[in-house]
Design a protein around this ligand. Structure first.
Ligand SMILES: C[S@@+](CC[C@H](N)C(=O)[O-])C[C@H]1O[C@@H](n2cnc3c(N)ncnc32)[C@H](O)[C@@H]1O
Length: 362
């Protein structure tokens, strides 16, 4: 239960103070605890094979794949992701409201989403539920979602995600119409396999003017990256490379939105020391956290700026100062308050969890 619990782990003391551990020790989590060292070295047979440029760590993949069967248990190891989900929608709505200049036709469900590292689909499915069944509906939902493509390198998790989505007839209808897609793939493979085309990246409804003809991968209006950045493989990738790739999948004027954990002293104490103490004090298996892979808001912002400078808009030769000038940046800490759930607390970014967003210049 490592990474679903990584974002939660800094909350462990507060949750325990509330009289209830954030997760109960399921058989799965106990097994994971026992086999932690194995998971750090062995690749799962369930893992999809990836290109050599993949940012996916075999041990992370093994770990997440093992969580698949309990992913939708609201009291299971992914509990904190379930609890956090409403805040993601709130943050996305605040970004859309902050899009300036304002979209010219906000009364439409016209935004195409890509969710990278969707896991078992907690966010992706909730977003798909906001896609109007009737495309001519007068009022769009706050997400303005027209479609959702959700990708994850774990075969097990994509299977669980699809199975769960099929249980809701409205969401299942979106799966069958193609407005909602789950793909067992990596970001790198998506970028590599999308055919180049001068029409593959139409202008975004969030962009006031059509984008220039491109030779770029397919691009989306909204790209989301929740609790993934801290799991990429440092042997094969870097946060800078990964975020630059995320930006390549984003249309000019679109938002790349994520959440992750700060690498600070408070987060070290809470994530590594308290949360990984023996159960029942700790709520995650020892060795779950790799604090060194956590990232601070100024780092994320600098990498995104560098990514844009490197042509992260996917338009050959178009990277540079101009894109930086049009960039918008948002960041806010998120804190779990027992009894109330997650709250955005501006200024709490250094404590651990935070949301961040960048809008690519147009
Ligand atoms: C903590 S889970 C978050 C799942 C989902 N985003 C959520 O918040 O509900 C991390 C997910 O990232 C995926 N992942 C790990 N490394 C990845 C990589 N390099 N690229 C894309 N996804 C990755 C894992 O398979 C896992 O599903």
């Amino acid at each position: 239960m490592a990474a679903p619990l990584r974002p939660m782990s800094n909350l462990a003391p507060r949750l325990l103070l509330a009289g209830r551990p954030a997760t109960r020790p399921t058989r799965t989590t106990l097994l994971q605890h026992h086999h932690h060292h194995e998971r750090r070295t062995a690749a799962t047979p369930q893992a999809r094979t990836h290109s050599t440029t993949s940012s996916v760590s075999a041990s992370e993949l093994t770990h997440f794949s093992a969580l698949a069967s309990s992913w939708w248990d609201p009291m299971g190891p992914s509990r904190i992701l379930h609890l956090m989900n409403p805040l993601r929608h709130e943050f996305i709505a605040s970004c859309l409201a902050d899009s300036s200049p304002s979209p010219s036709s906000p009364a439409k469900a016209d935004l195409h989403y890509l969710d990278i590292g969707c896991g078992g689909g907690i966010f992706a499915e909730s977003l798909a539920r906001t896609i109007p069944t009737d495309p001519d509906a007068a009022a769009p939902t706050p997400t303005r979602a027209a479609s959702m493509t959700a990708i994850d390198p774990s075969t097990n998790l994509i299977q669980i995600a699809r199975d769960h989505a099929r249980m809701d007839p409205a969401v299942d209808a979106h799966l069958r119409s193609g407005k909602f897609k789950y793909l067992n793939t990596t970001l790198e493979d998506v970028l590599a396999t999308t055919p180049s085309s001068s029409t593959s990246s139409p202008s975004s409804p969030l962009s006031p003017s059509p984008s220039a003809p491109t030779a770029s991968p397919k691009q989306y209006d909204m790209v989301t990256l929740f609790e993934v950045l801290e799991h990429i493989d440092p042997q094969t990738s870097t946060p800078l490379t990964f975020l630059t790739n995320c930006l390549r999948a984003l249309k000019p004027g679109g938002w790349l939105i994520g959440s992750t954990i700060s690498r600070t002293l408070p987060s070290f104490l809470l994530n590594q020391v308290v949360a990984e103490a023996p159960w029942p004090i700790g709520v995650v298996p020892r060795g779950t956290h790799e604090w060194s892979k956590f990232v601070n808001p100024p780092e994320v912002r600098a990498w995104l700026q560098e990514g844009l400078m490197r042509g992260g808009d996917g338009v050959a030769g178009r990277g540079g100062q101009g894109l930086l000038e049009g960039m918008q940046w948002r960041c806010v800490g998120a804190v779990y308050v027992p009894g109330f759930g997650w709250k955005m607390v501006p200024g709490s970014e250094d404590w651990g969890n935070y949301f961040w967003a960048v809008r690519k210049g147009v």
